[in-house]
Design a protein around this ligand. Structure first.
Ligand SMILES: Cc1cc2nc3c(=O)[nH]c(=O)nc-3n(C[C@H](O)[C@H](O)[C@H](O)COP(=O)(O)OP(=O)(O)OC[C@H]3O[C@@H](n4cnc5c(N)ncnc54)[C@H](O)[C@@H]3O)c2cc1C
Length: 379
């Protein structure tokens, strides 16, 4: 498998790493402590063209491969996981249009999303339907000239800040997952109300909301064709899981680098913490998990561009990378002792931010279901 990147991709990664270090990382603590939406960091990424890093050039995107895209997400997450979460939620929205939209819808929405003019949100989860979206209750019924949407969604990242929301609803309540369709809802549509931002454990510079809907949409708001929404959402999540895996690498690598600096500096009795074998073994375990997760993430990224099915690869990468990020951030905090627990250092933030990686875009348990299904179907 080829993990080489071309000169354009390397230049994009280089410029994102620079902005992540100089602009995004210095704001991360402020966003976390004040629970402020990470608007300036997203703006800095928009100036690099990165709001369209997942899109082809003819829709205003950067047109780089998924491996390079995953390196961009890793760099952003290592600096500020909240910014990476807002960014990748935007990718779920634009990928929905890229995969499920008509050519006219792609032309209408994607260039403005890629430039950063419009932020996107992806609304699938409902209070009664998370791991099993086929149970969703949100309804869209045909009316003269359009659709009436009724129901609620919750935990929707970027929803209030977004210029458009891609929302999934049942157009045929009797048809199970085949009765789900997707809609593009512009900001300012009458009949949608938003909760206050939820109070979350981590990713406090990113926002999630509950939405209550009783709104009318024109016919043109239907994304692609009726009944195609579930397949679109599943294809989008296959792609998104590579991004969550890349986020996991970013947070885990940041915690790993802090740990390497710390154990060299910290004196315990006559010698540095790094000189104790217990420390060395812990570092080796952290590194082995990080590199294993990296290889699976890169493999899934390459498979994402190959045109074939890659659900098994993306679910495996997401499972292993998210679980590894949990292990590595916790181990890093432990190596820092009491200092790790104090909010002056970013260790406790890494632990809080990493926890969601095992939950959103399909919990670890859901990834195991996808993996085992893929294995059993292949026989
Ligand atoms: C910070 C944050 C951001 C989010 N952003 C978005 C967003 O932008 N858009 C969006 O649509 N959603 C979003 N979500 C929702 C997220 O994707 C869901 O929370 C997640 O998919 C899990 O669904 P649930 O919370 O309903 O858990 P449930 O489905 O109720 O699961 C509860 C537990 O049951 C387990 N479980 C479920 N089914 C099985 C099974 N078959 N076998 C064994 N165990 C099982 C789960 O693994 C979990 O441990 C976000 C959530 C959070 C917290």
């Amino acid at each position: 498998m080829n993990f080489e990147l071309d000169q354009t991709e390397l230049a994009v990664i280089d410029s994102v790493e620079h902005v992540a270090r100089e602009v995004i990382a210095p704001r991360a603590k402020h966003y976390d402590e004040t629970e402020t939406f990470c608007a300036e960091s997203l703006q800095a990424l928009a100036e690099l063209g990165c709001m369209g890093v997942n899109l082809p050039e003819h829709y205003g995107g950067l047109g780089i491969g998924s491996l390079a895209m995953s390196r961009v997400v890793e760099a952003v997450a290592g600096a500020c996981a909240s910014t990476a979460s807002a960014l990748t939620a935007h990718f779920l929205a634009t990928d929905s249009i890229l995969i499920g939209g008509t050519e006219a819808q792609k032309q209408e929405w994607l260039p403005r999303a890629a430039s950063g003019e419009l932020l996107g949100a992806f609304a699938l989860t409902e209070p009664a339907a998370g791991s099993n979206p086929a149970d969703m209750r949100c309804r869209a019924q045909r009316e003269e000239g359009g659709w009436r949407l009724h129901g609620s969604k919750h935990y929707i990242t970027n929803a209030r800040e977004a210029g458009f929301i891609v929302l999934y609803a049942k157009t045929d309540a009797e048809a199970g997952h085949k009765g789900i369709s997707a809609f593009v809802i512009p900001q300012g549509t009458a009949g949608i109300s938003f909760s206050s931002p939820e109070k979350t454990m981590g990713l406090r510079g990113s926002t999630i909301y509950e939405l209550a809907l009783d709104c009318w949409l024109p016919e043109s708001a239907l994304l692609g064709t009726e009944g195609q929404g579930f397949n679109t959402a599943m294809a989008v999540l296959d792609r998104g899981r590579v991004e969550v895996a890349a986020m996991s690498l970013g947070i885990a690598n940041a915690a790993m680098q802090c740990s390497l600096d710390w154990v060299r500096e910290r004196q315990i009795g006559p010698k540095p913490l790094a000189a104790y074998q217990g420390t060395q073994w812990r570092l080796a375990e952290m590194y082995a998990q990080l590199e294993g997760a990296r290889m699976l993430t890169w493999k899934a990224a390459v498979r994402r561009d190959s045109g074939g099915r890659f659900s098994l690869d993306s679910a495996t990468a997401k499972l292993v990378a998210a679980e590894s990020a949990g292990f590595i951030t916790d181990a890093a905090l432990q190596l820092h002792g009491g200092y790790g627990y104090i909010r002056d250092l970013p260790l406790e933030r890494y632990v809080r931010d990493a926890r969601i990686l095992r939950i959103f875009e399909g919990t670890s348990e859901v990834q195991k279901i996808i993996i085992s299904r893929g294995l059993l179907e292949a026989r």
